[in-house]
Structure formats: structure tokens, C-alpha cells
Write a protein that binds this ligand. Sequence first.
Ligand SMILES: [Zn+2]
Length: 274
Amino acid sequence: MQTLPSTWRASRGIATLGVIAAAACGISQQQEVELGANTAAQVNAELPLVRDAALNNYMTSLGNQLVAATDSRGLSWHFTIVDSREINAFAVPGGWVYVNRGLIERATTMSELAGVLGHEIAHITRRHSVQQIQQAQGANVGVALLCTLTSACQSGAGQAAINVGGSALFAKFSRSDEAEADADAVATTIRAGISPEGVPSMFQILLDERKSNPDRLSAFFASHPLEEERIEMTRAEIARHPASQVQRLTRDTPAFQSFRRRLMSLPPSPKTTR
Ligand SMILES: [Zn+2]
């Protein structure tokens, strides 16, 4: 995370201090949702989004199917497709999940996309980013993160931060955060009636893609370190459930395949995205 120029700190110091004070005292759900809404507004202004109503409806219904199986905090959720070839997905605190078109087009079955959504939903329900902010407490990393999380930073520095943020804002989740989100993705898909096999299956697709096309995945791997180990761990997690139960769950649907075909038929994504 970059530190901000001192001019920015001088002019925005008061607002920043206020947010840091809030961070030090613990961030309430209301504050989390406000921070998330501000961040999402910036992300939505900064990144090219897929505006097709049918595609967005499908993403939202699949996302809500998973949310219904896991969210106990009653958040209001938003699922958005970023019109980018880069393979990435990220979560904004408070209920905003973004998946790049490039990732969705790599998914071969509904359960693979569901696994990604389940993982990103878990970062939000577990408040992984919020905990990072609370722990940062006044360190420069905290200032930079808060800058991207609030509308306090309308300066050039703030814009640079959100540029980074589109791909790596909620970067550097710990290995334990990632493992927790993976385990949640398995549990959530099962509870939603969807095969959890999509979780390791999507990881395998991404690892294979990294070998052939490393640049396309740099953003994803920056925020979601992914090694063979995570495939093994999610397979072990799945093995804790009766095989007969897992095999009955839905792997794919015609609705997902028509969603994917429609997405792939759109004009090419703009080139200058992050
Ligand atoms: Zn993650």
C-alpha cells in the first residue's frame, strides 16, 4: 500500500483523524456499510461495468442464492460484473462483490462462478477488510486504506489509490483469511444446493491459466495468493461432507451457460482497465 504525499495529509488531516478514531474504537456495521457505499461509488465511477440487465440479473440472483445461505447480518448485497479481460474478483466491505468478465468467461460451470462468489461473500461476512482497518489504527497503511474507503480523498492521491484499489485495494488478505473464505465458500455452496466442487475446480483453471497467461492474473493473485495447497485444502473440506450428498448438488445449469454465452458475445472489454 502506498503512503500518501504530505500535502494530502495536511489538507485532509482532520477528516482522516476522524475516521482513524472510528477505526480505533471499532467499526460498527453502519460505518462499515457507509465506508463500503463510498468505496463502491468510487469503484463504479472508475471501472468499466457491464450494463446488460439480463446479465446483471443473473449475477444478482446467483449471488443472492449464496447470500441466503450464509449472511446472518442482513446486509444489502450488490453483485457487479466489471467489463475487464483481467481475471479478478474482489469484495468491498458492507456487501459489494465485483467479478471481472475475464474470470466469468473462464468458468466452465455455474458451480465454479458460485465458488468465487462464495469466497468473496465470505471476506465480507467475516469482515476481513474491516479487521485490517481496525488493526491498522493510524499507521500509514491505515491512512491509505481509509482514503480508498471514504470519499474524503478526492485528490489525485485518492484517485491513484482507487486505481490501485480496483484490483488490489483489499489486497494481502492473510493466509488464514483466505483459508477461512475458501472453507466458507465450500460450506455456503453446499447450503445453497450448489456443488462445492466448483471451488477447487475454479482454482485449478486459474492456476493453469497463470502458467499460460501470467499477466492476465496478476491482480487476482496479488489479492488472493493461490497455490496448489488451497486446492488440496478445499478438496479436504469437501471430503468432510458425505459424497452422496455432494454428488446430488447442482454443478451447472442451462441458465449459467446462456449467461456466459451472452457475456462472451458482448463487444470486447475496454483495454485500459485495472
Ligand atoms: Zn480471497
